[in-house]
Design a protein around this ligand. Structure first.
Ligand code: FES
Length: 155
């Protein structure tokens, strides 16, 4: 039995230490907003935060998440940064099929929590591991800039 802190709540989960965090979130805790994409940490669809840092949950053993604060797409809206990012995503109408978007939002939130006003190069570096087969990259960038402006203004 492992104890996990997910979105501010403590859960006891019955899972092997090397089970990918993604499957524990989806199967044990029914937090299905985090998606399985490539299974090899190459596409970013499964991005969650561990102590605020973006990680690929498909290739993170659950044991590495025990004792850390895990945040998923279901919980990130409770933070100021998450609220600003989600509002900007809606305003820019970013998603197409939507599959990659939880991961995109989690990476954007980690970037903006670290740097309220990122330069284009910071956005490139933070988002380059999140692929979108629908090609929403321009809208993602616009939404990150909107969220950044709101955070800088203190909205
Ligand atoms: Fe379809 Fe990104 S919105 S993969």
């Amino acid at each position: 039995m492992l104890t996990l802190n997910v979105n501010g709540k403590t859960h006891g989960v019955d899972a092997g230490a090397d089970t990918p965090l993604l499957w524990v979130l989806r199967e044990n805790l029914q937090l299905t907003g985090t998606k399985f994409g490539c299974g090899m940490a190459l596409c970013g669809a499964c991005t969650v935060h561990l102590d605020g840092q973006p990680v690929r949950s498909c290739s993170t053993p659950v044991s590495a998440a025990a004792g850390k604060k895990i945040t998923t797409i279901e919980g990130v809206g409770a933070t100021r940064t998450g609220k600003a990012v989600q509002a900007a995503w809606a305003k820019q109408d970013v998603p197409q099929c939507g599959y990659c978007q939880s991961g995109q939002i989690m990476s954007a939130c980690a970037l903006l929590a670290d740097k309220k006003a990122p330069a284009d190069a910071d956005i490139d570096a933070a988002m380059s591991g999140n692929l979108c087969r629908c090609g929403t990259y321009n809208q993602i960038r616009a939404a990150i800039k909107d969220a950044s402006a709101a955070l800088v203004k203190g909205v």
